[in-house]
Write a new protein. Sequence first.
Length: 104
Amino acid sequence: MVYSTNPDFEYNTAEEPEQQTLPPEQQNLRVWLDRKQRGGKVVTLVKGFVGQESDLVELGRMLKSRCGVGGSAKDGEIIVQGDHRDRVVELLLAAGYKCKKAGN
């Protein structure tokens, strides 16, 4: 809204409620290897997480610490530095998530 001269005007925002996090057994995650736009470096991507950003960050923190590498968790995906696809799938399955290897 820019400006209103109406003294009775009430500005209403259409805020979307934050999406609820699905339980691990209902998540359908895909684990990818990616080299694009990373200077030839390989990263492991986890895509398909449905839920709140805080839960995504917590899952990313667990994966990064168990693999002993860095990374990030944002925009609905988790980035783990290096080729750790097998280890990430193993960790996700042990935590009760449904996941599959995807891509090459």
